[in-house]
Design a protein around this ligand. Structure first.
Ligand SMILES: [Fe+2]
Ligand SMILES: [Fe+2]
Length: 210
């Protein structure tokens, strides 16, 4: 598993659910409400899981991907985007399903979410792929998916975060328990790989002699 791949796939699910709403029969309000509820849960659980498990590791290792000024700016911007998406989602909740106001709020959530996903893929995900080991990407994916699996059925109450405060409180150069485990696994993989290579070198030398 790889956290950058997990996030990318969930973005795709979000795009597909917005597209599904667009072509849903407009007079099926119960169906629209049900599809929206599924999307609402996906958006919030995904955003919270990123804030809990992905951005803190990105803050520690990232250098600012693509057009980002720095990793701090990259993450601050992402948390600000999450707040804007939450705001649009709350507006949808205040409108009567299927009304003009409801559709306007849904489109607004789609616009904020599309902008955010594009930026996150170009900056945050690219940055992490370049800086983090495969072992760490695997460990974070497990934690991220575990958190989501527990909360998937009922969703969670959205909580806005102060973007600057978030970065300050989460930024540390100290490796988390997850990062330490990933580093041990990476070391083990290298050592095993080296031993395996030495063994096969030895056996091919013996075969050549024999
Ligand atoms: Fe995301
Ligand atoms: Fe995000």
């Amino acid at each position: 598993m790889d956290i950058t791949d997990v996030i990318l796939r969930q973005h795709d699910d979000q795009r597909r659910l917005f597209a599904m709403l667009e072509e849903w029969p407009r007079d099926d309000h119960a169906g629209l409400a049900a599809v929206w509820k599924r999307l609402e849960i996906l958006l919030e659980v995904h955003a919270e899981a990123e804030e809990k498990y992905f951005y803190p590791e990105l803050l520690r290792l990232g250098t600012g991907g693509a057009d980002a000024e720095s990793v701090d700016e990259e993450v601050e911007d992402a948390v600000k985007d999450h707040n804007e998406i939450r705001q649009a989602v709350r507006r949808v909740g205040r409108c009567r399903t299927g009304s003009d106001a409801w559709w306007r709020a849904v489109v607004d959530a789609n616009v904020h979410n599309s902008d955010h996903m594009g930026e996150e893929e170009r900056q945050d995900l690219a940055d992490f792929r370049q800086q983090a080991t495969l072992e760490l990407r695997h460990e974070i994916a497990v934690q991220f998916l575990r958190y989501e699996a527990i909360r998937w059925a009922d969703g969670i109450t959205p909580k806005d975060k102060d973007p600057e405060g978030y970065v300050t409180s989460r930024k540390t150069s100290e490796a988390s328990a997850t990062a330490r485990k990933a580093a041990r696994d990476a070391k083990k993989a290298t050592t095993t790989g080296r031993a395996r290579a030495a063994r096969s070198k030895k056996s091919s030398a013996e075969a050549a002699e024999g």
